[in-house]
Design a protein around this ligand. Structure first.
Ligand code: UDP
Length: 478
């Protein structure tokens, strides 16, 4: 049972330690808010800049509590490490070159000292550390102080790019092209790093997933029964955010949104239901000018309305929209950070062209929006398989190249892009089937986080384990 007011025991305390990129930081802050709502005192260890992007989530976690419990959740931490990045790149949004990206990834090895200092001073009060899978070294530090480390995993996978590879031992038959997977020869350091991360995940007490049982029951079972690992599926964590002002500024540096972002919500409210495609490729995607032009033409040819989020650093759309395109009527561009969760939940949005980042995928699932999938790297090709083949709530543009940068990507042509959009947003036939399935999933996602739902219960189960463990620690005199 969770500690309640009047219990002699102080509340459970968890330390959350996210990697500094938004796609890692935001879901972990949402996760902390979710645990805080169940009475756990949560601390998020991160830099002041990163803390400014999750300020609204932390504030909500505190204001949702009774006045006697105020400020149970806090974000604290050291300044951003000096790794030669300009201040504009420290938020990790739109890292515009491979060099910036590589430097940013190096920060995964740097925050050891602040983390160690924090654990040395506070280990007696902390019941569990939830640290990002990329901080593989944190498992040893936590163990040194007798604290459970729960990881928030980061996924990756194993010479001819056209070779079809069948992924072994999974509940469904999943095949991918070799070119859609990371190449250990081309990326030996990254490959070795991911091996290390996966190894340390196994030494952790368990893994916290931004997912829910009903989304992938066979895989949740596979994780437990076949891989013998403790998996807590506590998501979709973005649903814990509700729909208030804090969701609007969620993830924006210092909580500041551009006027375009606000205007976009008003623009959407004037459009018919399910008539708009939301186009966004997460926080890390920079398109080449050629691909931008093909995408712009594809949007034109599709005949659908769209909201297109352009990461800072991408080529300008002004140069690539076809001459005479009725922009004000059919398209809306947001440059920079968009209030994604709010956009996806607008009734006008009927499709989402996505890179299949896991958080974005879950946000689309939670909003019941079918997807046009365009994966690039990391776990995104696997996520596409889940969306298109297992859940059948999307259709792919046919991306085949695993690469974070555009250099090795083959161009996806405008006709193909337009056809994929039409398939997903068609009102009748396949489009209708996909939409109905997406709506069914949305209802399951919402039920999972409600009291008595599977994710709600997984949080409760973990809390019970932490309380039992606290008793054992006391008995052992730790
Ligand atoms: N996001 C957002 N506005 C943007 C871009 C991204 O709110 O303009 C959020 C999005 O809702 C998601 C996260 O940033 O929660 C991106 O995470 P994901 O795993 O989907 O992709 P990544 O950027 O890490 O590849």
């Amino acid at each position: 049972m969770a500690p309640t007011e009047g219990d002699e025991q102080p509340p459970l305390r968890m330390l959350f330690f996210p990697f500094l990129l938004p796609g890692h930081l935001i879901p972990m802050a949402d996760m902390a808010a979710l645990f805080a709502a169940r009475g756990i005192r949560c601390t998020i260890l991160t830099t002041p800049l990163q803390a400014s992007t999750i300020r609204s989530i932390v504030d909500r976690a505190n204001t949702s509590l009774g006045s006697h419990e105020k400020r149970r959740t806090g974000a604290i931490g050291p300044p951003f490490p000096d790794i030669g990045l300009p201040p504009s790149a420290e938020s990790g949004i739109g890292l515009i070159s491979k060099d910036y990206n590589d430097r940013f990834l190096r920060t995964a090895e740097l925050p050891q000292e602040p983390f160690r200092r924090f654990l040395s001073s506070h280990h007696a009060e902390i019941d569990a550390v939830v640290s990002d899978g990329l901080f593989h070294w944190s498992v040893d530090d936590a163990a040194e102080h007798g604290i459970l480390r729960i990881t928030n995993p980061f996924e990756a996978c194993p010479d001819d790019p056209a070779t079809i590879v069948s992924l072994p031992g999974l509940p469904h038959r999943v095949v991918e092209l070799r070119g859609q997977m990371m190449d250990p020869v081309k990326r030996p350091h990254e490959w070795a790093w991911f091996q290390l991360i996966h190894a340390t995940d196994r030494w952790s007490y368990g893994e916290l997933f931004n997912s829910f049982h009903e989304l992938e029951p066979a895989y949740a079972e596979h994780y437990r029964a076949t891989l013998h690992r403790r998996a807590c599926l506590v998501g979709p964590v973005a649903l814990a955010s509700g729909s208030g002002k804090d969701v609007t500024s969620r993830g924006a540096v210092a909580g500041a949104l551009s006027p375009e972002s606000i205007g976009c919500l008003r623009w959407l409210d004037e459009k018919p239901a399910s008539s708009v495609l939301y186009v966004s490729f997460g926080t890390m995607k920079i398109f080449s000018p050629e691909q931008m032009r093909e995408l712009a033409r594809g949007l034109d040819l599709s005949g659908k309305n769209f909201v297109w989020v352009i990461a800072n650093g991408s080529a300008s759309t002004d140069l690539c929209m076809p001459v005479g395109f009725p922009m004000a009527h059919r398209g809306y561009i947001v440059r920079g950070w968009a209030p994604q969760v709010l956009i996806l939940n607008r009734p006008a949005v009927g499709g989402y062209m996505t890179h299949c980042g896991w958080n974005s995928t879950l946000e689309a699932v939670s909003a019941g929006v079918p997807m046009v999938t365009w994966p690039w790297y990391a776990d995104q090709f696997h996520n596409e398989k889940l969306v298109v083949e297992v859940l059948e709530v999307g259709f792919g543009v046919g991306a085949e190249d695993y690469a974070i940068w555009m250099e090795t990507h083959r161009l996806i042509g405008s006709e193909v892009i337009a056809e994929s959009i039409r398939k997903v947003m068609k009102e009748e036939g396949d489009g209708d089937t996909i939409r109905k399935k997406a709506e069914e999933l949305r209802d399951k996602a919402r039920a999972a986080v409600e009291k008595g739902g599977s994710s709600y219960d997984d949080v409760g189960q973990l809390m019970e384990e932490l309380i039992a463990r606290r008793c054992c620690r006391r008995t052992a005199g730790e």
